[in-house]
Ligand binder design. Structure first.
Ligand SMILES: Nc1ncnc2c1ncn2[C@@H]1O[C@H](COP(=O)(O)OP(=O)(O)OP(=O)(O)O)[C@@H](O)[C@H]1O
Ligand SMILES: [Mg+2]
Length: 291
């Protein structure tokens, strides 16, 4: 595995791969890798000949009150994890390498940021789309892989690529979960043992929403109520939102159907957790890891 830190070297590597006739898969991350990230690598490997992974904690997507300074980092471990999974190129740019001057022009998520996490994290998705646009332009992959845990982000990236004619295929992978259903996330490392136990109520609540749908509920309020009832049992969780939205427009949907995206954000102490399910699919099909 080769490790690169400059934009020019990264682009040169990609162009050499392209000249050699190889398809390039790309997996953008903020590092502190877990099995969820590594499953994205597996998918990129299946869809391409070589895989580039980026590890970059993007300041542009953190709000002033958010956890940029204490975001977990362990490059040595990430290096080993990525190499062990067959990543060919690890791109680890500094903030200066990505933003030699402060960005003036950024990518606006439009109405896709009007619901779910958008109102709770002003500017976050502008930061995400801007850095993903930059990474796609630097790496020029044939396919880029993202996780469904971040469903709003994945949908925005799909639409950015479609609406702005990026020449890349977007693949969205299922959410990898712990045995008790908690979605893997780098930020789970912040959780105290009590918070970690409480966090399992989030997938349980989504499963209750899915169950209500299977039992025939179609009004959004009924589904949301089924989710909220489970979350309310755990005082260690403070729900931020429970919403049933159209998977394309990410706007509230009522009545719901089998394609509706049911999404939750909740705080366990200072840690903000998100998760979601497609109502017709449920969590049952999501891959589980030991943990
Ligand atoms: N449990 C998971 N299953 C599948 N994909 C995941 C999972 N967690 C993260 N991803 C995906 O990995 C990519 C990089 O995400 P990121 O580096 O922000 O990790 P993260 O675990 O979401 O960290 P954090 O919770 O701190 O944001 C994104 O496409 C994200 O959707
Ligand atoms: Mg994330």
């Amino acid at each position: 595995m080769i490790e690169l830190t400059s934009v020019s070297e990264m682009r040169a590597w990609s162009r050499a791969q392209r000249r050699a006739g190889r398809r390039i898969g790309c997996v953008p991350t903020m590092g502190y890798l877990h099995e969820g990230h590594l499953r994205l690598v597996d998918r990129a490997r299946r869809a391409a000949d070589v895989v580039a992974m980026s590890v970059f904690v993007n300041p542009l997507q953190f709000g002033p009150q958010e956890d940029l300074a204490r975001y977990p980092r362990d490059l040595a471990r990430d290096r080993a994890g990525a190499a062990g999974r067959g990543v060919d190129c690890l791109f680890v740019p500094s903030v200066d390498a990505m933003y030699p001057v402060p960005a003036r022009v950024t990518v606006d998520p439009g109405t896709l940021a009007d619901h779910l996490c958008g109102p709770h994290r002003p500017g976050h998705f502008r930061g995400v789309l801007t850095v993903v646009a930059k990474l796609l332009h630097v790496i020029e992959p044939d396919v880029a892989v993202f996780g469904r845990k971040d469903a709003q982000q994945a949908q925005m990236i799909r639409r950015m690529v479609a609406d702005l004619d990026f020449a890349v295929e977007i693949d969205v992978a299922p959410t990898v979960r712990e045995r008790d259903g908690l979605a893997l996330s780098s930020r789970n490392v912040y959780l105290s043992p009590a918070e970690r136990r409480a966090a399992a109520a989030i997938p349980q609540a989504l499963a209750a929403g899915h169950e209500a749908f299977r039992a025939g509920a179609r009004r959004a309020a009924e589904i949301v109520q089924a989710v909220a009832a489970v979350l309310a049992r755990t005082t260690a969780l403070a729900p931020e939102y429970v919403e049933a939205v159209d998977p394309d427009a990410l706007a509230p949907m009522d009545p719901v159907d089998g394609g509706t995206l049911l999404a939750v954000a909740a705080r366990a102490g200072a840690t903000r957790l998100i998760d979601n399910v497609i109502l017709g699919e449920g969590l049952a099909g999501d891959p589980v890891v030991d943990g």
